[in-house]
Design a binder for this molecule. Structure first.
Ligand code: G3P
Length: 222
């Protein structure tokens, strides 16, 4: 499974990129606003330099003509930019145009299997079903992931990757991996939670303590 980080915070991206585990980045207008960046274009350019993999930059408009122009402009920032468009009729028309021109497209705000089928037919590189926001309204977000993965498997011609988004906790990621989703885009806080287990902590403390009792060091040994 590919790990993308879901943030526009350069410090978080820089720190997590240093782990070697990061395969891409997703941003959205809310994350960009939260970052306080004064130039969206410069922000995306900096992120594209920090991470080799796909970096999602979302258009701001909602009409076909303006979204297409915005997408074409954003695509020129770097070769690893993926243009994010909303799952609307105009958004999918833009998706078709940009993907036919060889630009990566991430179709976002997906909340149903029918929408995901449209995104694949529009040639999306990624489709982003939002599991957390479905859970938030007492709907089983992970069932949508299972359904989309199963549907896409029926059609080898569908090249769209399922990019699980709106992840709220580690179990969203584990379940997404269990069902074979291609990518998860994960908030920095949740990525860090993935490492944690109390038995790892206690076990390591015991190893350190018992090693000290040997009175030896590895580096100074002959
Ligand atoms: O960035 C796309 C998606 O992951 C955002 O979801 O629900 O955390 O705003 P949410």
């Amino acid at each position: 499974m590919k790990f993308f980080v879901d943030t526009a915070d350069l410090d978080e991206i820089r720190d997590l990129a240093s782990t070697g585990l990061l395969d891409g980045v997703t941003t959205n207008p809310s994350l960009v606003a939260k970052s306080g960046a004064k130039s969206f274009i410069d922000l995306i350019a900096q992120i594209c330099e920090l991470v080799e993999g796909p970096v999602s930059a979302e258009v701001a408009a909602t009409d076909y003509q303006t979204m297409l122009k915005e997408g074409q402009k954003l695509a020129k920032i770097a070769k690893n930019v993926a243009i994010k468009v909303p799952l609307t009729p105009d958004g999918l028309k833009v998706c078709k145009q940009l993907s036919d021109a060889g630009t990566m497209v991430n179709v976002t705000l997906c909340f149903s299997s029918s929408q995901a089928i449209l995104a694949a037919k529009a040639g999306a590189t990624f489709v982003s079903p939002f599991v957390g926001r479905l859970d938030d309204i007492s709907t089983d977000g992970m069932q949508l992931i299972r359904d989309i993965v199963q549907i896409y498997k029926q059609y080898p011609a569908f090249k769209t990757e399922v990019l699980v988004a709106s992840i709220r906790h580690p179990m969203h990621l584990v379940e997404a991996a269990r069902v074979g989703a291609h990518v998860s885009t994960i908030p920095p806080k949740v990525i860090r939670q993935l490492y944690s287990h109390p038995l790892t902590d206690s076990g390591l403390a015991t190893f350190v303590s018992d090693w000290k009792k040997t009175g030896q060091t590895i580096l100074n040994a002959a």
